[in-house]
Design a protein around this ligand. Structure first.
Ligand code: 5GP
Length: 210
């Protein structure tokens, strides 16, 4: 397969409550060649979540078997309680089909993806402030008070990893955040290293090459 026509692997991370889901839904709606990688998790299903849509909900035993079978591109235990993993086969199929793949995963997972796929683009979605982040978690109403405190603490740790990411986008408004991510993808796709076919074509017949 021609490397230039492969899709882009895009990791979008950010603290719980920052709005990754909403931003990604709009991104996917507006970009037909973009697909979402549905992760596998052992955490229980929240109200309104559908198996196979937000996540594949699996038992600890099933998750362990998937690890043994080498089915994950990366996997991680998050919050010390649950496991989450990115199915490798789907990602590879989609990239080879020329689709851009969005991974909505935590920062440790993002860094692991960069290790195994250096072309991956890591984008950190940040809140306008930590106060705003906490307010959004409370508003979401899916977590109890203890869980909100725990997620706020984890958020601080995650924010410390921003420097390892390629880009940071502040989610002040959904429209603005989506535009920011689209601009990054456009720039990444315009990189000279991703355009070698075009360049070869343009240079055909040119005698002097730098
Ligand atoms: P939640 O339980 O709120 O849906 O997700 C908790 C955290 O797990 C979020 O930061 C989310 O991005 C992350 N996460 C979801 N799927 C994966 C995955 O496949 N791998 C990793 N490393 N993290 C994931």
């Amino acid at each position: 397969m021609d490397e230039n026509s492969k899709g882009l692997l895009i990791v979008i991370s950010g603290p719980s409550g920052v709005g990754k889901g909403t931003v990604n839904r709009k991104l996917l709606k507006d970009n037909p060649h973009m697909v979402f990688s549905v992760s596998v998790t052992t955490r229980s299903k929240r109200e309104n979540e559908v198996d196979g849509k937000e996540y594949f909900f699996r038992s600890e035993e099933e998750f362990s078997q998937m690890i043994k079978d080498g089915e994950f591109l990366e996997y991680m235990r998050v919050f010390g309680m649950f496991s989450y993993g990115t199915p490798r086969a789907f990602v590879n199929e989609q990239l080879n089909a020329g689709n851009d793949v969005i991974l909505e995963i935590d920062v440790q997972g993002g860094l692991r993806v960069k290790e195994v796929c250096e072309d991956a683009v890591l984008i950190f979605l940040a809140p306008p402030s930590m106060e705003e982040l906490k307010a959004r978690l409370v508003e979401r109403g899916t977590e109890d008070e203890h869980s909100i405190e725990r997620r706020t603490e984890v958020a601080k740790d995650e924010m410390r990893c921003i420097s390892y990411y390629d880009y940071v986008v502040v989610n002040s408004s959904i429209g603005q955040a989506v535009k920011g991510i689209e601009a990054i993808i456009h720039a990444e796709k315009s990189r000279v290293k991703r355009s070698s076919d075009l360049i070869t074509l343009l240079l055909e017949g040119c005698d002097n090459i730098c």
